[in-house]
Design a protein around this ligand. Sequence first.
Ligand SMILES: *Cc1c(COP(=O)(O)O)cnc(C)c1O
Length: 399
Amino acid sequence: MNQKTESEKVINNIKLALGLISNKNKVNLHEPDFSNSNAKKYLNSCIDSGWVSSAGDWVNKFENKISEITGSKYAVAVSNGTVALRLSLHCAGVNRTDEVLLPPMSFIATANAVAHLGANPHFIDIEADSLGMCPIALEKRLSDIAIIKDGNVINKETGNFIKAVLPVHVFGLAPKINEIKSICNTWNLPIIEDAAEALGSYITFKNNLIHAGCIGDIGTISFNGNKIITTGGGGVIITNDKKTADLARHLSTTAKINHPYEFFHDQIGWNDRLPNLNAALGVSQLELLENILEKKHKLHKVYKNIFKSSDNFEIISQPKNTKSNYWLITLRLKFDNPLKIRNEILINANMNGILLRPSWNLISDLPMYLDCQKGDLKVAVDQSNRLINLPSSPKLLKN
Ligand SMILES: *Cc1c(COP(=O)(O)O)cnc(C)c1O
């Protein structure tokens, strides 16, 4: 088998899918789009009114729109997705030295949010279908190392409390959250769903289509510049639990007690609130979401058709009983030893101005997290070598 030919085939297929004739402009992985939107109008209204910072109507409007789209009772807008995760974990009772179970294949922020609280990531393997946390691996790891004592889940090996489970919706694909939930119910562990990449993704739960982040106890979404919609920088906590929402809101605004003039703070809070400017941009972006999702599904179909006759490559599709937002469309290499070919494709494509990206290095392999507790991570190790994310901006769709 000629590797050069394989990588040329992939690049030709991408060019074909995107209708690229000459390559004058670089093709990025994912770009925000503000054309045909109310972005400037809404931003100007902030500036004209003087309300640009973390109080103002647009923050409420943004939160209401998020509630409407996700079906979550409460939405608390914060300054980014990492902060949303850290605040959610804190609200779920995660403290210093506690352990949080999470997959190793995610953006670094998932583990960092745990570490920012002085807690410890504890890695659980993924499954290939959804690229998300594997319920079987979760169940096995818990039964191998955990005991329940006085109502607490304790890691026998470290003596630390296991306080929460943190599954991730990777590239917009939903993990097997129903199965994860039933395991967490058995162990009485809260679920925080990292749905940073998954605005517009859904899972069937008890015959209803439920938005990502709404089956667990708390969900978080990011609105960073490269996500499906952006607020410039921003995040949101979604939950159906009023107590959690109230606490998150209170702690995100320096834990200040409402009063006409007194400064009284009853806890150590954070300054985590989303500024009005960012929320205004966010509202203008949310108005485009339906259209973006439609284009994403069309682009996925185009890629899927172009790669469908290939034995060695596969475009990953939404798992059964889920609807993906296809934030990033992913090519899976099916070779026995994919790493060399993967790297060749990455080098060739980037030289051609098509900025393909591999999936992340596993968090469990990064220097800060090498000593963390972990189960057997063989699926994550294998999958991380065979994934390439394709240019997925909605505006790349050629009609
Ligand atoms: C982007 C992302 C985050 C962090 O969001 P920021 O807004 O960049 O802080 C967390 N988890 C995952 C899986 C992400 O992709």
